[in-house]
Design a protein around this ligand. Sequence first.
Ligand SMILES: *Cc1c(COP(=O)(O)O)cnc(C)c1O
Length: 423
Amino acid sequence: MEKMTSKDLVQLEDKYGAHNYHPLEVVLARGEGVDVWDVEGKKYYDFLSAYSAVNQGHCHPRIVNAMIEQSKTLTLTSRAFYNDALGPYEKFVTDYFGFDKVLPMNTGAEAVETAIKVCRKWAYEVKGIPENEAKIIVCDGNFHGRTTTIISFSNDEDARKNFGPYTPGFIRIPYNDTEALADALKEDNVAGFLVEPIQGEAGVFVPDEGYLEKAQALCKDAGALFIADEVQTGIARTGSLLAVCGNCSCGNTCKKDPETYVQPDILILGKAISGGAYPVSAVLADNHIMNVIKPGQHGSTFGGNPVAAKVAVAALEVVKDENLAANADRLGKIFRSEMNRIIENTELVLKVRGKGLLNAILINDTEDSETAWNLCVALKKNGLLAKPTHGNIIRFAPPLVMNEEQLLDCVRIIENTIMNFEK
Ligand SMILES: *Cc1c(COP(=O)(O)O)cnc(C)c1O
């Protein structure tokens, strides 16, 4: 059979796949580190990292080897039986993030669902909220995944419309607004506050300095659980191990620096916890919360499988051994300062914002214009892959294994593309 071209492959997806995504027209066939190659052999810098799942770079040999070795030995037992990889992983991951217990799942949305269930059960059995009355506070512009319950509290029309009836029990307030949070916490029967430390999908909204500290303190006073969804911001992406670590001075070893760490009651992780090799997600909490879950009350056939366990350990070891948090912090500062230099010389870009290597530029055009999309098409032609988020915002999130020379090469590509772009 003749080798299929990119065009053939796009047509296949178009014909046989549901149209639930609108991909940039590039068909990737190979990846290594910060680079990916299309079917025709053209090389690109990956500036999306599969929505921050590939923080450790494409096909990291340590992660891939862990996956291969374990897949040859034992792939799935279900949790009907014990397996010899899960316990060691559970000890490793709880030590790594400083919690008593972990509940292993597969995708980010499943982990968010898990956190919601744990929070509600805690509310009834520990806090004493009357049955079926628990409320969880969430934020405008949130993105927590695609399940029926999660889209019920989204305010993105595309995510929500015609998928009702919706799951009740959520109060939505503005993001980055501690007064609104204080008011909402005064309502009866509030069980928790679910928040992204930086809103990724909404367009990389970084809240004000002190927002998370204040929000956590308000939750504590009100006896509500502070639930951090770090599926996108976690695992070194924002320049510290977790975004709730804040601007800690301990770089890569960051763990609960009392000056900066904001302690979540429940921490949700996914994406880069596996380095993008395999679907792995995790919900972490201490015993007084996690122990509300008893046998038969929650689970997943694949959750905690031995391949996932081995892959996650390897992926998290890479984060520490290769100093990815410190690298993301340092390169992020260079990136934003370079973008600001470019912004001074163009009308096309209004602003850069972000933290570590989770950044976005705001394009100077209306919400519904195609400018951001067309700029991404031009970037692609010039060898760099990025994607617009909402409206006229382009997210820039390369793998964290990038070095300074590569980053500056990417800055040159972005600068040339912007300077030569015609609407
Ligand atoms: C991607 C994401 C999710 C959902 O993860 P999936 O693996 O796609 O289900 C949840 N929360 C945040 C903040 C995310 O960025």
